[in-house]
Design a binder for this molecule. Structure first.
Ligand SMILES: [Ca+2]
Length: 179
């Protein structure tokens, strides 16, 4: 009888250990995700810059742009995605899209550059609030057929073409995962 009781207690312990493993595992979904950290200066514009976007996209063609953005400011921050052309025009792909605090938000927009405005030169993401730190991941451009023409996910640990303008960029682990 005593032995039976001991086996039952051990069985319950084993069950609890297995259960706790199941509960804690899905939180990170396995591997930790790498993202681009952007620490901006006192001006809020043109902070995360991708030069040479003309290597991936053309004028007079329609593309869908998507990017995930995250920040830990006290209030929502609005973000812009802008395409600079070879004739120094600045074309808004999206403008003032709101990202809530401590929440990864996916922003998607479709845009066609008219060749009368030049060819694609550079692309940049900027917050409308100056001086903040934000994070971006999975910047993807797809053509009309749905084919991915550019994807930056930072999983190789490099900036993958992004650089800072009045900002510092670096690849870090997702701050939402490490909390
Ligand atoms: Ca990533």
């Amino acid at each position: 009888m005593k032995k039976w009781f001991l086996m039952s207690v051990l069985g319950v312990f084993a069950f609890l250990i297995i259960l706790s493993g199941c509960v804690s595992a899905p939180g990170t979904g396995g591997a930790l995700n790498k993202v681009l950290k952007v620490e901006t200066g006192d001006q809020g514009w043109k902070t995360a810059w991708f030069y040479g976007i003309g290597n991936y996209i053309n004028a007079d063609a329609t593309y869908t742009y998507s990017v995930r953005i995250y920040h830990e400011e006290a209030t929502s921050v609005k973000f812009n995605l802008t395409l600079k052309t070879t004739t120094n025009q600045y074309k808004s792909i999206f403008w003032g899209r709101e990202v809530l605090p401590a929440t990864w938000v996916t922003i998607e927009a479709t845009y066609t550059l008219n060749s009368s405005d030049g060819n694609p030169s550079d692309i940049y993401i900027e917050p409308q609030t100056p001086g903040i730190t934000f994070y971006l991941d999975d910047f993807v451009i797809k053509d009309e057929s749905g084919k991915v023409v550019l994807k930056t996910d930072f999983e190789d640990g490099t900036e993958q073409g992004w650089s800072g303008n009045n900002a510092t960029v670096s690849v870090v682990y997702d701050p939402a995962q490490s909390q």
